[in-house]
Design a protein around this ligand. Structure first.
Ligand code: ADP
Ligand code: 5GP
Length: 218
């Protein structure tokens, strides 16, 4: 069989990786939704950020974050190692550039779990990515979830609640708004965005030329 006779599925070799960027006020449930999406689509590469905050119980260096000292972070930031970086709730966070470029060049789909400031910086670099904002159903529920998580002090929770309004004001710049009230419904919507995103023509540059070549070579 000539390559041009390959069934449509085999023409997906020309796929380009999809970038999906998720932001939310802390406590809205973004990590929970990300974990579900990653479990369902294990091929989805996750951008592991660098941070200067201390690991939480159960967090592993190199898995959840690369935990850096402030000094090391600043050296790497000044060397241009980050695709974006931001100070969030008093700590530095940044997306290492090299692994992202390497994964995207291999056509891997990539998920970014970053704050609003970082997402807006990435929009300059990857305007073609999908920008998804996860909203809490209400202020009261957001605070309850932050307390229920049991990982942050009262002071940290108060700072996160204060910052939430500023983050919500920037949500207007995102393509999708998903309310995380019922977890199943929110996960369904997120999955739908991802699946539809992968079907975008921009992610399948090899599809049309491959199909049309079957006519041209006939
Ligand atoms: P984020 O990553 O946005 O800071 P988390 O995923 O850590 O938030 O969620 C904050 C808390 O809320 C966690 O304890 C989590 O189990 C809980 N949670 C997340 N989504 C829901 C939901 N839809 N309904 C109830 N609790 C939720
Ligand atoms: P947490 O400390 O709760 O893990 O994360 C706090 C906030 O920092 C979250 O909104 C998370 O998305 C954001 N964050 C995590 N990694 C990065 C990153 O690499 N860059 C930016 N700008 N924000 C990040």
């Amino acid at each position: 069989m000539r390559p041009t006779d390959a069934p449509l599925d085999n023409l997906h070799g020309g796929r380009k990786g999809l970038c999906m960027v998720l932001s939310a006020p802390s406590g809205a449930g973004k990590s929970t939704l990300v974990a579900r999406l990653r479990a369902e689509f294990p091929g989805f590469a996750y951008s592991i950020s660098c941070t200067t905050r201390a690991p939480r119980v159960g967090e592993e260096d190199g898995v959840h974050y690369h935990f850096l000292t402030r000094e090391t972070f600043i050296i790497r930031r000044d060397a241009g190692d980050f695709a974006e970086w931001a100070e969030v709730h008093g700590n530095f966070y940044g997306t290492p550039k090299a692994p992202v470029e390497e994964k995207l060049s291999r056509g891997q789909d990539m998920l970014f779990d970053i704050d609003v400031q970082g997402a807006l910086q990435l929009k300059q670099v990857f305007p073609q990515a999908l920008y998804v904002f996860i909203l809490p159903p209400s202020k009261e529920v957001l605070e309850r979830r932050l307390r229920g998580r049991g990982t942050d002090s009262d002071e940290v929770i108060a700072r996160r609640m204060h910052n939430a309004l500023g983050e919500l004001k920037e949500a207007v710049h995102f393509d999708y708004h998903i309310v995380n009230d019922d977890l199943e419904e929110a996960a369904d919507e997120l999955r739908a965005v991802f699946v539809a995103g992968r079907a975008r023509a921009i992610c399948r540059p090899g599809l049309l030329p491959g199909l049309m070549a079957q006519w041209e070579s006939a």
